[in-house]
Design a protein around this ligand. Structure first.
Ligand code: E4P
Length: 229
């Protein structure tokens, strides 16, 4: 499955019209880049607009704090905006603080909130998030590759372990950098690759397809002009 890694309304409308939209992922960096302003109010408006367009498919919205109480409060608030919103929580805090797994477990178990555990770089991090009950576990493939490791190996290991222990978490691989990542990571065992709009577009257009379509249209024109003679 392919999700769109963007908070741009026009991109989401475009893929919905094409019939290929299956989910959306966002984070504070994406929202800032896509022009979201106005604090939580601005995030609320954009998230609700996206969720409405993407419904019934899932939309990930990330909490804007790493304070334990604050994460739970924001998760409750953000998930109340629409039924299809799930909440992104990072695997740990900015300095490796360990509260987050507890938050993930509490949100899933006690508040019935679907969590997408995010900013993970290894199968072992994803395994722990899955054990804590996270609905989605997000591995940042492009960042893993940029550190000099091949993230396909992490995806394969994770796939095998989740299947062996019959764990239900869905593997999302994000941080796409090249068109090839999408098929490659799905093939390695990801349930979902969340891709930036520019890469999805490049998946569609192929120079040789262009040439072929041009040939068809040229020949169709010849037939048309023959008929009219
Ligand atoms: C995934 O859910 C994230 O939003 C995203 O793919 C992160 O990618 P980056 O490495 O480009 O920040």
């Amino acid at each position: 499955m392919i999700f769109v890694d963007s908070s741009k309304i026009e991109e989401i409308i475009k893929y919905k019209k094409m019939g290929i939209l299956r989910g959306v992922t966002t984070n504070p960096t994406i929202m800032l880049k896509d022009g979201v302003t106005g604090g939580i109010k601005g995030i609320k408006k954009r998230s609700i607009d996206i969720a409405e367009l993407a419904s019934p498919y899932p939309v990930s919205v990330e909490v804007m704090t790493n304070d334990k109480k604050g994460m739970i409060e924001q998760a409750k608030e953000f998930s109340s905006w629409a039924d299809n919103i799930n909440i992104k929580i990072t695997i740990h805090g900015p300095n490796g603080e360990l509260d987050n797994l507890e938050v993930i477990k509490e949100l899933e178990n006690d508040h019935n909130i679907r969590v997408n555990t995010t900013a993970m770089m290894s199968a072992q991090q994803c395994l722990l998030a899955a054990l804590a009950g996270s609905t989605y576990v997000s591995l940042f493939g492009g960042r893993v590759n940029n550190m000099g490791y091949n993230c396909c190996a992490e995806i394969k290991k994770l796939r095998e372990i989740l299947d062996r222990f019959e764990m239900k978490s869905k593997i999302i691989v994000g941080s796409t950098r090249e068109v090839l990542n999408i098929i490659e990571w799905l093939e390695a065992g990801a349930d979902i690759v969340t891709a930036t709009p520019n890469l999805i577009e490049s998946m569609i257009v192929h120079p040789y397809s262009k040439e072929t379509v041009q040939m068809f249209l040229r020949d169709a024109e010849h037939i048309r002009s023959f008929l009219s003679k």
